[in-house]
Design a protein around this ligand. Structure first.
Ligand code: KIV
Length: 270
């Protein structure tokens, strides 16, 4: 395994932009300081995703996240991570009018150290993204399969399967870029279409379920490290079987408590 160097200085938006068509960028989600500290400086970007509702909160979708819950988790992540670029999801219901969205984004900027916010949606969100950017809020776009729309669309539907949709996705990417997004997450899109999207814009395209020929990858940490095993979407690779490891350690702990092996003298005040 190659040893890729970690960042020694705070990752900036200009750095992320400069990585278009270069070595793939890395992004992973985090929802607390503990894991943020492990990921910090190793990955380019940490995403406080509204996926926390599912991963951390055990809910069926991401829709119940609020601006306040995103702020709570972003504060925790920022306490643990000082070097990677931190991005916070604008949750469902927080992106309505441009004035309301700006108010919510300002609240996130003022109450946390997030470097940028992420907004789901393509051309229909361009005006809002542009308004935020004009008001000094850095924005990451998110197009393709957008989980906040899953309920209204009737499920998590992979995009880019017909010509009309491919055309729309490319229009979306260009509109989001033109509006000022410095990076675009492309989720759940047929690989060759995601590649086409990446080639049609000058900002980095970060894929999740979007194949290998984009400018970087993002995964939800609990998927990547095997802490969530109810189902495994096709695009997820488990780099660790975390749940099994924790279960094994938990059984050892229970066993040692029951047999009075723990706490030993070493773990007791004399
Ligand atoms: O909420 C999230 O974690 C996300 C990623 C899946 C991109 O938006």
């Amino acid at each position: 395994m190659e040893n890729f160097t970690t960042h020694t200085k705070k990752v900036t938006i200009n750095y992320i932009k400069s990585q278009k068509n270069k070595s793939p960028l890395t992004m992973i989600t985090a929802y607390d300081a503990l894991f943020a500290k492990i990921f910090d400086a190793n990955v380019d970007m940490i995403l406080v995703g509204d996926s926390l509702e599912m991963s951390f909160g055990g809910k069926d979708d991401t829709l119940k996240a609020t601006v306040d819950s995103m702020i709570y988790h972003t504060k925790a992540v920022c306490n643990g991570a000082k070097t990677s670029l931190i991005i916070t999801d604008m949750p469902f219901g927080s992106v309505t009018t441009k004035e309301e969205t700006l108010k919510n984004a300002i609240k996130i900027y003022q109450e946390t150290n997030a470097d940028a916010v992420k907004i789901e949606g393509g051309s229909q969100r361009a005006e809002i993204i542009s308004h935020l950017c004009k008001n000094a809020i850095a924005v990451v776009g998110h197009i393709g399969l957008t989980p906040q729309s899953a309920r209204s669309e009737g499920g998590y539907i992979v995009k880019g399967k017909d010509e009309e949709n491919v055309k729309k996705l490319i229009e979306d990417a260009k509109a989001v870029e033109k509006a000022g997004a410095f990076c675009i997450v492309v989720e759940g899109v047929v690989s060759k279409v995601a590649t086409q999207i990446a080639r049609s814009v000058n900002v980095p395209v970060i894929g999740i379920g979007a194949g290998n020929e984009v400018d970087g990858q993002v995964l939800v940490w609990s998927d990547a490290f095997g802490f969530f095993d109810e189902f495994k979407p096709k695009f997820v690779k488990r780099f660790l079987h975390g749940k099994n490891l924790v279960e094994k350690a938990l059984l050892e702990y229970i066993n040692e408590v029951k047999t009075r092996e723990f706490p030993s003298k070493e773990n007791s005040y004399q």
